[in-house]
Design a protein around this ligand. Structure first.
Ligand code: F3S
Length: 417
């Protein structure tokens, strides 16, 4: 692999052990994947932030790296932490866990990374332009950056995204190259796909078929998807679900995503499949019958202000009987507080939980056993990652469950999707 004299000097330790270690990781990945050289990046998104996932070994690894003088040299944002950094005590999180989480964030701060703590960095100012090379971890954010923004990133792990941020470069392979951005699977969608939960279910079904391939979706309502901010929320949900059930890091939607109309975007010999029904996906995500409902969750990926506004509209002045949590970036929570939306939501018994989510937080310790959500990625992971039973349905059905305190299976039939 070709390195410039400057890159070679970093590899030899010219800027200290912390930078040298980062360059070793970036170069090692480049060699494994056959990269010809490195490419400069404009931003990074680092995952592996929750102490629940890092544990003591991860905390020590980060603290040592920071002590070795590692500092990021491009704007860098962080994935969700294991708890709400301001409100953890009121929400019932453990003080010992909170102290460990704080030390993780101190290590990142020492490397120059502020605690943005969100999986939607593109909603809080980290918005790479089309064609820009970046190094992002967090599969849903990777999908959004590649597919909706047209930026270029591989599906980085936590350490490799951090290493790239420290040296300002990543190895040029995979989705940094035009040839790998072509679709190898064409999906003809021949059923109505309307709500947030519909798009999530479609993503789960397509991800299972696509696995690591790039899908090209046809037949979706382009007007709905191009009508932002609601369309943005549908696209982030679709991509997050494909990245969860498969390893999809890039997708194209005909007439919607920026690279979908490029010549030859569909690779010769691409497989073709048809989706005619979403019911199997809804049934697969419904794993909640054994317990009474004790939590309703929106915000996977982290919610936008438009989603919060929509939840308040669906509540229609009614108070919640079971906790209704909306997870979102702290910067957006603060904006909601400034414009009065947060107060309208809290007056109805809702909670905006910032900095974390129900998959990376230690939910077992909070006593919740069964939740309802319209977020397909959250429903897909919550049983294994948080030990919770899950009811999955439309946003309307989930808000009804929060208001009545009961999960009504027929809610799906009552609410037109
Ligand atoms: Fe984000 Fe957590 Fe979902 S990190 S995409 S809210 S599982």
């Amino acid at each position: 692999m070709k390195l410039t004299p400057y890159e070679q000097s970093l590899l030899e330790g010219a800027e200290g052990r912390g930078v040298q270690k980062a360059m070793e990781i970036v170069v090692a990945l480049g060699r494994i994947y056959g990269a010809e050289d490195l490419v400069e990046i404009s931003s990074a998104q680092v995952a592996g932030v929750s102490y629940k996932n890092l544990g003591e070994a991860g905390l020590e690894f980060l603290s040592d790296w920071a002590a070795q003088g590692a500092r990021v040299r491009v704007p860098t944002t962080l994935n969700p932490a294991g708890l709400d950094l301001h409100n953890w005590r009121q929400l019932g999180f453990d003080a010992a866990f909170a102290a460990k989480q704080q030390r993780v964030l101190e290590a990142f701060a020492a490397m120059g990374i502020p605690p943005s703590c969100t999986c939607t960095p593109y909603l809080v100012g980290n918005v790479p332009a089309r064609g820009e090379h970046v190094a992002w971890a967090e599969s849903s954010a990777v999908s959004f950056a590649n597919s909706v923004l047209g930026a270029r990133t591989n599906r980085e792990g936590g350490p490799s995204a951090l290493a790239a941020a420290i040296v300002g470069r990543t190895a040029r392979y995979g989705l940094h190259l035009d040839v790998n951005r072509r679709a190898q699977l064409v999906v003809e969608v021949r059923c109505p796909v309307r709500s947030l939960s519909d798009f999530g279910v479609l993503g789960i079904l397509v991800g299972q078929q696509a696995r690591h391939r790039v899908p090209y979706l046809r037949g979706l309502d382009t007007t709905r998807l191009l009508n932002w901010p609601a369309g943005l929320d549908l696209l982030k949900t679709l991509g997050a679900a494909m990245a969860a059930s498969g390893a999809v890091a890039l997708y194209h939607v005909e007439g919607v995503t920026p690279e979908s109309d490029e010549p030859d975007i569909i690779a010769p010999g691409a497989e073709r499949i048809t989706v005619t029904d979403l019911r199997a996906g809804y049934q697969a995500l419904e794993r909640g019958e054994q317990f009474a409902l004790d939590l309703v969750w929106f915000g996977c990926p982290h919610a936008s202000l438009a989603e919060l506004e929509e939840i308040v509209r669906l509540l229609n002045g009614r108070r919640c009987k079971v906790p209704l949590w909306v997870t979102m970036a702290r910067a957006l929570r603060d904006e909601a507080a400034r414009n009065g939306l947060l107060q309208r939501f809290e007056a109805l018994g809702g909670h905006v939980v910032a900095d974390t989510c129900l998959v990376v937080a230690p939910m077992q310790g909070l006593g919740f056993r069964c939740m309802a959500t319209p977020c397909a990625k959250g429903a897909y992971y919550a049983p294994t990652h948080s030990g919770m039973a899950v009811h999955f349905s439309s946003p309307e059905a989930c808000v009804e469950a929060a208001v009545t305190g009961r999960w009504i299976a027929e809610a799906d039939e009552k609410v037109e999707r």
